[in-house]
Write a protein that binds this ligand. Structure first.
Ligand code: SAM
Length: 239
């Protein structure tokens, strides 16, 4: 029932190359021109990134570890990963996002190169939807991307991402819980001017089922919640 005619992917690509790019670049940036809601989302999202960095670094150094950041956006995760010495493959369906991520990585990594140890390896950036990614990576991460797709599509995305990962798969998604469901419904009654895409919530049990089907099990779970930002964060490993 949730499938839309032309397919969500084209709508999402178009959005993140235009309005969505402007909106999210601002939210993920550090400028003052954000409203209260955007500021809250910025805070929530930065907590997600922090949590992921903690999950990954507490298991050992990232130096030389290959990481695929699928749907990298403006590089909020790719850049700190590179700073820890990871070999990052960053990709996104939106060419605008990839260009911005590349620009920010250049600014943050090349300029600071001499002060950073280990010397960061520049992430490899690519305009690609995650469904057509290939190769093998120690760790695959996909943050806040599934929110743009219904569960039927998310199942396939999870299976594909799992096939690229050797040791770890980290996903975040907006959890389908009663309270958040309600918030979202209220949001739909009063949509903000720049809310051009719809958001899909995912039940943790459905995500877990998709992982199990792919031969993976959940090892760690976390929940990041601010006033307007909710994300369930999970780390999965081969079962
Ligand atoms: N992961 C980044 C982060 O957490 O900072 C960005 C999150 S942003 C809400 C969602 C991103 O997913 C956008 O940059 C969008 O272009 C990208 N995206 C959406 N669908 C995608 C797909 N099928 N394949 C790859 N990227 C996709």
């Amino acid at each position: 029932a949730e499938e839309v005619g032309g397919g969500d992917k084209e709508v999402v690509r178009e959005y993140f190359n235009n309005n969505g790019f402007d909106r999210w670049k601002k939210i993920y940036g550090d400028t003052d021109d954000v409203n209260k809601v955007q500021l809250d989302i910025r805070l929530g999202h930065s907590k997600t990134v922090e949590n992921v960095m903690k999950m990954l670094t507490e298991e050992g150094s990232l130096k030389g570890v290959t990481v695929c950041d699928a749907g990298c956006g403006t590089g909020c995760l790719s850049i700190p990963l590179a700073k820890e010495g990871a070999i990052v493959s960053a990709s996104d369906i939106s060419a605008s996002m990839v260009a911005e991520a590349q620009k920010q990585a250049q600014e943050e990594l090349l300029k600071a190169k001499d002060d950073l140890a280990p010397t960061p390896v520049m992430p490899k950036f690519e305009v690609k939807d995650l469904e057509s990614l290939d190769g093998k990576y120690d760790t695959v991460v996909c943050l806040d991307v599934m929110i743009h797709y219904p569960q039927s599509k998310a199942d396939g995305m999870i299976a594909h991402l799992a096939s690229l990962a050797e040791n770890r798969l980290i996903l975040s998604f907006a959890p389908k819980t009663f309270y958040y469901d309600l918030l979202k419904r209220i949001g739909e009654l009063f949509p903000g001017p720049s809310k051009a895409t719809r958001a899909y919530l995912h039940a943790e049990a459905d995500v877990e089922k998709a992982l199990q089907k792919a031969g993976w099990k959940i090892r760690k779970r976390g929940l990041i919640a601010t006033q307007f930002y909710f994300a369930k964060l999970i780390e999965a490993v081969p079962a």
